[in-house]
Design a protein around this ligand. Structure first.
Ligand SMILES: [Zn+2]
Length: 414
């Protein structure tokens, strides 16, 4: 068996085993007693429900993960890739169109496989735990809009990458890097006004106590805010959240309608202060730069492997092609991506702590921040006691108990 195939199989296996092991540990450390700081917000039966939610989701994750791996292995070893390649080549088109169709069909197959799982997660699991608000028509429309958007936004980008690697020679990776970076920035720029309104309704927050509190606070920390919007998150789920979009002076705040319903003005302000903290502490900017560097590294490595015979032998491909190289390299790259991802999550967890600290220091209200975190976790049935190994692999935020402890620690220091 070819060495590349062995490496990829080993990577797939390790990824599966590590995640399953972390899941197992995560379930094993669950205890029935509600942790002390949460006694006031979590009734014992609600706490039991949150643990049941975790168990159900973990088991469902095992099934989804296993099915995905098994189908990939069947497709691979039954010669699915060369079969698809020969079929596409039989149309006698140019290499760019071949690539678009080849990758497009693989993407479509993946979407078809994940569809029943997505239906089950939304209409059975989320429904059972009282989160689901998605109607069938919203669900179907979301899929159709997503598909059209993927075609409209993805096709030109993919065509560009295929074109550069087909015709631009040694520096193809560099041209691709520049093109992808510009493209991603442009998409992020248009997302708040052109893309997100396709999926949700954004209405300006009406004047009142909350709006003046937000604008007053933003001014006090010299944070330019033009608009505060309310997003109809309740259209899909009763879970709640808040986020920022846009750049520079065009930043927008979006609060889920579900969030506004559940929190006091002080708590909402704490949540937003945390988000503004990410901007003020340059987390967003640094994250973007790290993302761009990561893309560059990946493209640079890709340029060595994109027409490497061994990579194509591993998948029984008869012909070498740019599009085949893209797909197969992505699988070979996944172990490195795994480690980079873990490192990025470590940075992210540190940033979250820094943003919490910023919020507490600038609002001077550690109680509101802690209350907001408690209510959010109880409402979203968050796992309060994740296993450290699970946190290490999967968490972009520190566990909520840790965050609350850190916030209390800030109080003691001041
Ligand atoms: Zn954050």
């Amino acid at each position: 068996m070819n060495l590349i195939a062995v490496i990829i199989l080993f990577a797939i296996g390790m990824d599966f085993i590590l995640n399953a092991w972390a899941d197992y540990l995560n379930l094993k450390v669950l205890r029935p007693e509600v942790p002390e700081p949460f006694k006031a917000v979590y009734a014992p039966d609600q706490y039991r429900k949150s643990q049941e939610y975790l168990r159900v989701k973990t088991r469902f994750g095992w099934i989804t993960g296993s099915v995905n791996v098994i189908l990939l292995l069947i497709f691979w070893f039954a010669g699915g890739f060369p079969l698809l390649d020969e079929w596409v080549r039989s149309w006698d088109l140019n290499p760019i169109l071949n690539g678009l169709i080849f990758i497009g069909i693989l993407g479509l197959l993946k979407a078809i496989v994940s569809l029943p799982f997505s239906v089950y997660a939304t209409f059975v699991i989320e429904e059972r735990f009282g989160f689901n608000q998605t109607t069938w028509s919203t669900f179907v429309l979301d899929i159709l809009k997503g598909l059209v958007l993927a075609l409209l936004l993805g096709t030109p980008l993919l065509a560009g990458i295929l074109f550069f690697f087909e015709y631009a020679g040694t520096y193809a990776w560099l041209f691709c890097w520049i093109a992808i970076t510009i493209y991603m920035l442009a998409v992020q720029f248009i997302a708040p006004t052109w893309i997100m309104p396709l999926f949700n309704k954004f209405t300006p927050l009406e004047s009142g106590e909350l709006k003046s509190a937000i604008l007053g606070y933003a001014q006090s920390i010299k944070f330019p805010v033009q608009n505060v919007y309310v997003m109809d998150g309740s259209r899909r789920s009763s879970k709640s959240n808040a986020f920022f979009t846009g750049f520079g002076k065009h930043k927008r705040i979006a609060l889920f309608d579900t969030l506004i319903k559940q929190h006091s003005v002080g708590e909402l302000l704490a949540v937003l202060a945390h988000e503004m903290g990410h901007y003020k502490k340059k987390h967003i900017l640094v994250g973007m730069i790290l993302g761009i560097l990561q893309t560059g590294l990946m493209l640079y490595l890709l340029s060595f492997f994109i027409s490497y015979q061994g990579l194509f032998d591993a998948f029984y491909m008869q012909y070498i092609s740019v599009y085949g190289g893209l797909i197969f390299f992505a699988m070979l790259y996944s172990p490195l991506d795994f480690f980079i991802g873990m490192f990025m999550q470590m940075i992210s967890r540190k940033n979250e702590t820094a943003a919490d600290r910023f919020a507490v220091e600038t609002t001077g209200d550690s109680g509101a921040m802690a209350d907001a975190l408690k209510k959010l976790s109880a409402h979203n049935l968050t796992n309060l006691t994740p296993h450290p190994f699970y946190v290490f692999l999967n968490y972009s935020h520190p566990p909520v108990l840790r965050r609350i402890n850190d916030i209390k620690g800030l109080d003691r220091m001041s």
